[in-house]
Design a protein around this ligand. Structure first.
Ligand code: GLU
Length: 316
């Protein structure tokens, strides 16, 4: 669905939450889901759920069921049936074939250790996690040698060291270099960066709301969207919830899932309220419904505090 701007320009505000069913959602994930839902629903737009289950070694069906039940328990609804990435491989194949036809896909045999070593060598240091392009520069003989090793290669794209600029709703103007990132892993699984761009494009997502740990992935994804001629969505990278020790929220921090909180005697309404209070969307003594939160949520003005612990969670 769209919102009409002055001058008749239409902006697509369709949103999504895209959990990986590799664990139970904690309060930080649930707060991100709530915010993604609010950005979409406050603009009267559809909200979709996509199950990012490509990492088959870590995916458990039970987590998918739990995650959907948690969203529903918090009153977050979605349009249509959730889609699963594992059922959409043909779309990723097709995108990969198009990139390959453009001549920008190449095989890479580097191990993690080799990449670490190369990225701190003479031309470095590259930005953390960036691939130095080793396998793009192989001679025919070096390539034949690697092919003969029998070790299956990952597939990377030659990004030409592009630089991508974009504006994040919460972080403002951003600029980032794009390295030759992986589009298919050496175990054959399509990489997150490829699948997420293909799906957001195919599902018509206009408003991407996710944790700010993914801010650094955005230049790669925008570069890929451009290559695949997909429209660029809007981004809001929202703050993460931290534990009392300042580390990202995790199971070891205690009662951090919805089930844990319910077991502690809280209601789902209280949990939702706690999440809303932590980002300035409700007062301490309120228990606003999702619809009430959507009515007061202004996507253009929302300014949450930076990542931090949830107020009141550990102090009673
Ligand atoms: N599946 C990713 C995760 O759970 C989220 C990807 C995204 O929102 O772009 O971290």
């Amino acid at each position: 669905m769209a919102r009409r701007l002055r001058g008749g320009l239409r902006l697509n505000a369709t949103g999504r939450f895209a959990p990986s069913p590799t664990g139970t959602l904690h309060l930080g994930n649930l707060r991100t889901a709530l915010l993604a839902w609010l950005y979409a629903r406050a603009q009267g737009a559809p909200f979709l759920v996509r199950i990012e289950d490509l990492d088959t070694g870590r995916v458990r069906e039970r987590f998918e069921r739990e995650q959907l039940a948690d969203l529903a328990a918090l009153g977050l609804d979605w349009d249509g049936a959730p889609v699963r990435q594992s059922e959409r491989r043909a779309l990723y194949e097709d995108a990969l074939a198009r990139l390959d036809a453009d001549g920008i896909v190449y095989p890479c045999w580097c191990t993690r250790a080799e990449i670490r070593e190369a990225s701190s060598a003479p031309h470095g240091p590259l930005p953390e996690g960036h691939y130095p392009g080793t396998c793009r520069r192989l001679t025919a003989a070096q390539r034949a040698e690697r092919e003969a090793s029998g070790r299956p290669p990952a597939l990377r794209v030659d990004s030409g060291a592009a630089e991508i600029a974009f504006v994040d709703r919460l972080h403002g103007a951003q600029r980032g270099l794009v390295d030759d990132f992986v589009v298919r892993r050496n175990d054959g699984a399509f990489a997150y960066n490829l699948a997420v761009v293909v799906d957001d494009g195919a599902q018509g997502i206009g408003e991407i709301v996710r944790g700010d740990d993914l801010l650094d992935s955005t230049p790669r994804q925008l570069w890929l969207a451009d290559r695949l001629h997909l429209p660029r969505p809007t981004f809001a990278h929202v703050p993460l919830v931290l534990g009392p020790d300042g580390a990202r929220l995790a199971k070891r921090h205690g009662a951090v899932t919805l089930a844990d909180r319910l077991e502690q005697g809280e209601t789902a309404d209280e949990v939702r309220a706690r999440l809303a209070v932590s980002v300035g969307l409700a007062d301490d003594d309120e228990r606003p419904s999702p619809a009430e939160l959507a009515a007061r949520f202004d996507p253009d003005r929302f300014a949450p505090p930076p990542s931090g612990p949830l107020p009141g969670l550990w102090t009673g």
